[in-house]
Design a protein around this ligand. Structure first.
Ligand SMILES: C[S@@+](CC[C@H](N)C(=O)[O-])C[C@H]1O[C@@H](n2cnc3c(N)ncnc32)[C@H](O)[C@@H]1O
Length: 225
């Protein structure tokens, strides 16, 4: 199914199929989860999310400062994008990337309703987020990384898009914790996260272990592999 989707994508982009790297179903021993469909976007805005995931506490822990450029990678319909825009202020910018145009359209409606000027919506590709090089102070991925069908290409592009001291921030449901009521393919263990980040030139800088359901891990650029 994924192969067919990618051949269609290649055709739509007028690219020879061999130029779109094949999607993976497994990476370094981990099953890659299916992309969450845009028709389920209401779930991202559920009222109980604040109690379940403590997103306000998570965003505070990011230490985002006014004037920063922050990427909300896999932004969905913008649950985190709009609060991040407030945190970076009018001199900062939020680059909001998603592969599903329907998610980006929902985000645009929310931006227009609030009259915000500091969010740049980007229709990314599964293997290319279309981020400018050396542009981001932080790239935040909330419940997104485990869905990447092209983790190696995505990590290389995000590494190039980060400024030298920029941080890649992963928020992933804890695989070690059976009480977190999320399907196994949508969870990750710390050990697996380390394995995949280290293999792609990222090293852990900081972590925060006080969220109810998720790991919050900050990675900087380590040695290029
Ligand atoms: C579970 S949703 C999370 C949305 C948002 N981060 C949130 O916390 O509300 C995962 C999102 O990642 C997006 N996604 C999956 N693969 C992607 C990729 N390679 N590049 C950008 N977005 C991607 C999906 O389209 C989906 O909107």
């Amino acid at each position: 199914m994924r192969i067919i989707l990618f051949l269609l994508l290649a055709a739509a982009l007028n690219l020879p199929a061999q130029e779109v790297p094949p999607p993976l179903t497994e990476y370094l021993g981990r099953e890659i989860a299916q992309t969450m469909h845009w028709q389920g976007a209401d779930w991202l805005m559920r009222r109980v999310r604040e109690d379940e995931e403590a997103p306000t506490k998570m965003r505070k822990e990011l230490n985002v400062k006014p004037g920063m450029t922050v990427c909300d990678m896999g932004c969905g319909n913008g649950f985190h994008t709009l609060p991040l825009a407030e945190m970076v202020g009018e001199n900062g910018k939020v680059l909001a990337v998603d592969v599903q145009p329907e998610m980006i359209e929902m985000l645009k409606k929310r931006i227009a309703a609030k009259g915000l000027k500091n969010i740049v919506p980007i229709n990314g590709l599964y293997h290319d987020p279309k981020l400018p090089p050396d542009s981001c102070d932080m790239i935040l991925l909330v419940d997104v990384y485990h869905e990447f069908s092209h983790p190696v290409q995505m990590l290389a592009s995000m590494r190039a898009a980060l400024k030298p001291d920029g941080l890649l921030v992963l928020v992933e449901f804890r695989a070690e914790d059976e009480s977190v009521p999320i399907k196994p393919a949508h969870k990750m263990s710390k050990a697996q996260i380390h394995k995949e980040m280290n293999a792609n030139g990222f090293t852990l800088k900081r972590e925060y272990d006080e969220l109810p359901w998720q790991h919050l891990m900050f990675f900087g650029k380590g040695e290029a592999k």
